[in-house]
Design a protein around this ligand. Structure first.
Ligand SMILES: [Zn+2]
Length: 537
């Protein structure tokens, strides 16, 4: 016979506390759901997303109509923060010192799932939706010529659908929504990481507009990059009266560019380097005292990006010496790590993608798609009607480089995937008015709804399957065993929040009359009086 244990007063208090606190503790711990329960909940989530079609469409149209550039997404963020607060999320604004950045949280306990998508537009991409030729809403104004008006509608819809089920079922888990501010400048996500936004996150689901419904794992094709501004300081003088007394900062900028345009012949084919002039002087008769040039230095891995940084610094310093000016500063404006995505989460997402399938496109949708493909000199293949297979990533030796996204930084601090959803038309150039044509039409709306369904189902997989989170973390440990994340930004760097201020100041008031009014109109096409689709005869 065992001796009866005698509890000390302290131990007794602890037991009593545990008993009273038990319901809370149980609710805080992730609970494995049976396959049957999970399937049932997923079915309900899909129905719920379907019932939110109008709400989803309005979000897509509303953000499209704001057409804001990076760091200037004030209307977009105010609107989204309002939607999320209205649905019970706790929102912190101005994160990382970025006025248009925010974090919205709901729920408690593990798993903590971050959901993100970009929100900024493209310069000079203003375009009437549903019109298959260049017809800007406001000539010269920015617009959603990439489709970043659609991703938040995917994650907000999915999060609301899943939140309702979590509340009803008493499921443990925390949903953390955030915006990809200034993604076109790859200018914020590294700061979010540095400032701890992902320190308690178990899994990140990122969504991005595409032209099929799909996801990937492993190394993504494309590049990482550092975005830098080289500023030179010279001396003014009368350009005709005493040019020998001047020192031209613009000369230093031009020599920097000349040097790069020779040097690029002798770099790996994977590199991509491009620039625009930020300050090229004031007027010809005054020798430019200041001038600056803004570079994107892209390569496919950290080491090669560092090499480009060294080359860039050498060239800029040499240009300053050649012109007897000084290199006043080399300022980092943005950065993005190459991306690597998580296999177990991608496989779970892929199963759900296959269950959801592609949208059913109407003849009107296909007519618009073919007309814009024709206008852009692409093959007239219309919209995707077959799902692609799960993308298992690229061998680094085969990666020829390409676009970048600062989701890369997040993918090196937490298990991450990107879901691409079919809201745009295949075969377009990107960063162009033609990429805006579909983005506030039924094509975008349907694409977002299927994306939200797949996202909601995968959220339930993560919440209801603790083993999935474990395997995601095991994969992440392997991923980061030999490749360590070293941010390109330092503790002292600050987000370049002043970028695009002047452009938006020039266009905002002329764009305002075109903001979507969802109280008066059911769709943005209706508000603009556009016949869908409008194609050239
Ligand atoms: Zn993008």
């Amino acid at each position: 016979m065992r001796p009866v244990p005698v509890l000390s007063r302290a131990a007794l208090t602890l037991v009593l506390w545990a008993l009273t606190a038990a319901p809370t503790l149980v609710a805080q711990a992730p609970r494995a759901l049976s396959q049957r329960q999970l399937t049932g909940l997923k079915g309900e989530a899909v129905t719920s997303v379907e019932s939110m079609r109008t709400f989803t469409q309005q979000m897509v149209d509303q953000i499209f109509s704001f057409g804001e550039l990076g760091f200037q997404e004030f209307e977009t963020s105010r609107y989204l923060v309002g939607v999320l607060r209205g649905h019970g999320f706790t929102v912190t604004e101005g994160v990382s010192g970025i006025p248009t950045a925010w974090v919205a949280r709901w729920g408690s306990g593990k798993p903590v799932i971050a959901l993100g998508s970009d929100i900024d537009g493209i310069p000079k991409a203003s375009q009437k939706p549903g019109v298959a030729y260049h017809d800007p809403l406001v000539e010269g104004a920015p617009g959603h010529g990439e489709g970043h008006n659609s991703g938040q509608a995917v994650i907000v819809t999915a999060a609301i659908a899943v939140k309702q089920l979590m509340e009803r079922e008493g499921l443990s888990g925390t949903l953390v929504l955030w915006p990809g501010v200034a993604e076109e400048l790859v200018a914020t996500k590294a700061y979010f990481v540095r400032d701890g936004m992902f320190s308690d996150v178990d899994v990140t689901i990122f969504t991005h507009v595409g032209n099929n419904l799909g996801t990937s794992y492993g190394d993504a094709s494309g590049s990482g990059l550092v975005s830098l501004e080289y500023s030179f300081l010279g001396q003014t003088a009368h350009s005709a009266g005493a040019p020998w007394r001047g020192r031209s900062a613009l000369d230093a900028v031009e020599l920097t560019n000349v040097a790069w345009n020779y040097r690029r012949e002798h770099l790996r084919p994977q590199h991509r380097v491009h620039y625009v002039l930020r300050d090229a002087g004031d007027q010809p008769n005054v020798v430019p005292r200041t001038a600056s040039v803004w570079y994107y230095l892209r390569e496919t891995d950290y080491e090669h990006i560092k090499e480009l940084l060294d080359i860039g610094q050498t060239i800029a310093e040499a240009a300053a010496r050649m012109t007897n000016t000084t290199l006043a500063s080399t300022r980092i404006l943005g950065s993005a790590w190459p991306r690597h995505f998580n296999r177990p989460i991608a496989e779970a997402m892929d199963k759900n993608i296959r269950a959801v399938g592609l949208p059913v496109w109407s003849d009107d949708d296909q007519t618009l798609a073919r007309a814009i493909q024709k206008a852009m000199g692409s093959r007239e293949r219309g919209l995707a009607t077959e799902l692609e297979t799960l993308d298992s990533g690229i061998d680094p030796d085969d990666n020829r480089g390409g676009g970048s996204d600062d989701i890369g930084d997040i993918s090196w601090v937490t298990p991450t995937i990107t879901l691409r959803f079919p809201s745009n038309v295949p075969g377009l150039p990107g960063h162009h008015w033609s990429n805006a044509v579909a983005m506030a039409t039924p094509i975008a709306h349907k694409g977002v709804t299927v994306g939200a369904k797949a996202t909601a189902m995968t959220l339930l997989d993560i919440i209801g399957t603790p083993a999935l989170v474990d395997s995601a973390k095991a994969y992440f440990r392997e991923q980061t065993k030999n490749r360590k994340y070293i941010p390109f930004i330092s503790g002292e760097d600050r987000p370049a929040t002043e970028l695009n201020t002047e452009i938006m100041a020039r266009y905002r008031e002329v764009m305002r009359p075109f903001y979507f009014d969802s109280k008066k109109y059911s769709t943005y096409l209706e508000q603009l009086g556009i016949t869908y689709p409008t194609v050239k005869p």
